[in-house]
Design a protein around this ligand. Structure first.
Ligand code: ZN
Length: 497
């Protein structure tokens, strides 16, 4: 048992001591606000899955396995993706795209052709059409999971024109850049795609996801990719510039502000401490260039407007289809990105939300975030102190200390708190919270493998936080069968299945 009775976080790098503050592990001390787990019988128990499994395996046997182990009643195939791991195929020669059949009458004024969109990997097989009737027989509803690609599809040159432009005027064709939400060609494609799925298939709904944040936060290195280039922050394409001007933002002042942030970050990484300290230097950039904040707000609101338009398009076809959003794990580490993604404001266009709260892998991801954050905004602090500060800002009082976080992961108390926070955010609306819980998200060095009992505790914690459904994450084919069963045993104890 890896459980520790107490973890005392003391003598953090600044030399300060948190006198007498004992940080309990969640397994020993549930959150003070904890209530009994409540779980509606028949709540959504969802499972994402890569495409190769659906195209090549015996579906009856696989669905029987999901049902008997964990009562799965919702399936989320990565039905449109140009990324090999979501297709479940080797990288070499992978094209990907739509693993269902694009119906061209729904796509207007986009440069993408049928060949660009259609995934050729499984020949004539329309994976959605193939899967849905079998899933229905097993009591499983199929939702299309549309997770934006992090890299411009290398074999589809026509995607190029849909991608963002960084503040130096270069095409941003990989993470943290992506397709531009103000680019009408991307909008047309995205809206056509969801309309196509909604009209052509007996789906239960759509979950769309984009693991991105505003350009300012990317420039500041505030993500799990600690070494990303601050010169690649976006978006300064013609469409964003036009929208910016319409908002009264001086585009060139915004661009200059991003240049100042880039300079600040590069100097920080080179070990040059600003005379007045890092935080003051950062704040001074905002004072001198308030346009960068306005530009960040433009990016965030543009994305939310795009999401709202997806919602409206699906509902215009069939109001009973559910539309929900995957929320990037980075929100768990970054108070800055958390500010960008207000669940309360998203309720107007959300039937459900899936905050990614993968607690086991969260430890190493949090450390990566800290590594990026130790330059720039948090440059005045040691990594240990940054972690402690972020845990306090994000309201995680019971986590392992810096040198043990990778192995310990974040606690089940984190799962409960993040679920409850999301539930409280959407209170009074019809939006449901279906958190994404860690079931064997792939290990990286330093992590501890999950056990069925640990998975069961995380599932239970999500329902203690009043989840209304759950998404066992992140991919069926990555899960050890016994750990999926661990989730199922908890769901049975809770009365969900
Ligand atoms: Zn743009």
């Amino acid at each position: 048992m890896e459980r520790r009775k107490f973890v005392q976080l003391a003598a953090v790098g600044t030399g300060a001591t948190l006198a007498g503050l004992k940080w309990l592990r969640a397994a020993d001390a549930p959150a003070a606000v904890s209530t009994a787990a409540t779980a509606p019988k028949g709540a959504p128990v969802a499972l994402p899955i890569s495409i190769a499994a659906l195209a090549t395996r015996d579906l009856d046997a696989m669905f029987d396995d999901m049902r008997s182990r964990a009562g799965v009643n919702v399936l989320f195939p990565f039905i449109y993706s140009h990324e090999p791991h979501r297709g479940g195929l080797p990288e070499k020669g992978f094209h990907g795209g739509n693993f269902a059949m694009p119906h061209l009458q729904y796509y207007h004024e986009t440069p993408l052709t049928l060949t660009d969109m259609r995934a050729p990997e499984f020949g004539d097989v329309d994976v959605l059409a193939h899967v849905i009737p079998v899933a229905q027989k097993h009591g499983i509803r199929v939702f299309c999971f549309l997770l934006e690609d992090n890299v411009r599809p290398p074999l589809v040159p026509n995607w190029q024109a849909l991608y963002e432009i960084d503040h130096h005027g270069r095409r941003a064709d990989r993470h943290p850049g992506g397709p531009c939400y103000n680019n009408p060609h991307y909008q047309n494609f995205g809206l056509g795609l969801v309309e196509d799925y909604a009209r052509s298939y007996a789906i239960g709904g759509i979950m769309w996801g984009s693991e991105r944040q505003s350009g300012l936060l990317n420039a500041l290195g505030l993500s799990q990719s600690p070494h990303q280039d601050p010169g690649r922050a976006t978006c300064f394409c013609e469409f964003c510039a036009k929208r910016g001007r319409a908002r009264g933002i001086d585009v060139e002042r915004a661009r200059a502000g991003f240049g100042a942030v880039e300079k600040f970050l590069l100097a920080s990484r080179a070990g040059e401490r600003p005379r007045d300290g890092y935080f003051t230097a950062f704040w001074r950039i905002l004072l001198d260039h308030p346009e960068v904040l306005a530009w960040a707000n433009l990016w965030v609101t543009s994305r939310h407007e795009f999401q709202a338009s997806i919602y409206r398009r699906v509902k215009s076809v069939n109001p009973s289809l559910l539309v929900g959003w995957h929320a990037w794990h980075n929100m768990s580490f970054s108070p800055f990105q958390r500010a960008e993604e207000s669940f309360a404001e998203m309720t107007a266009y959300s039937d459900f939300l899936r905050p990614a709260i993968y607690n086991n892998v969260a430890g190493t991801r949090f450390l990566s975030f800290v590594e990026g954050a130790q330059h720039g905004v948090f440059g005045d602090l040691t990594p240990e102190a940054i972690l402690e500060l972020l845990c306090q800002q994000q309201n995680y009082p019971h986590e392992a200390r810096f040198d043990q976080l990778a192995a310990a992961g974040l606690s089940t108390d984190y799962v409960e708190r993040e679920t409850r926070r999301a539930v409280d955010d959407v209170a009074g609306s019809a939006t449901q919270i279906w958190p994404g819980v860690d079931v064997d998200v792939p290990l990286v060095p330093g992590m501890t493998p999950l056990t069925p009992e640990a998975v069961g505790r995380a599932v239970t914690a999500a329902f203690r936080g009043q989840a209304q459904g759950i998404i066992l994450s992140r991919n069926y084919v990555e899960m050890r069968p016994e750990n999926l069963s661990g989730a199922g045993e908890a769901l049975r104890r809770l009365g969900v299945i």
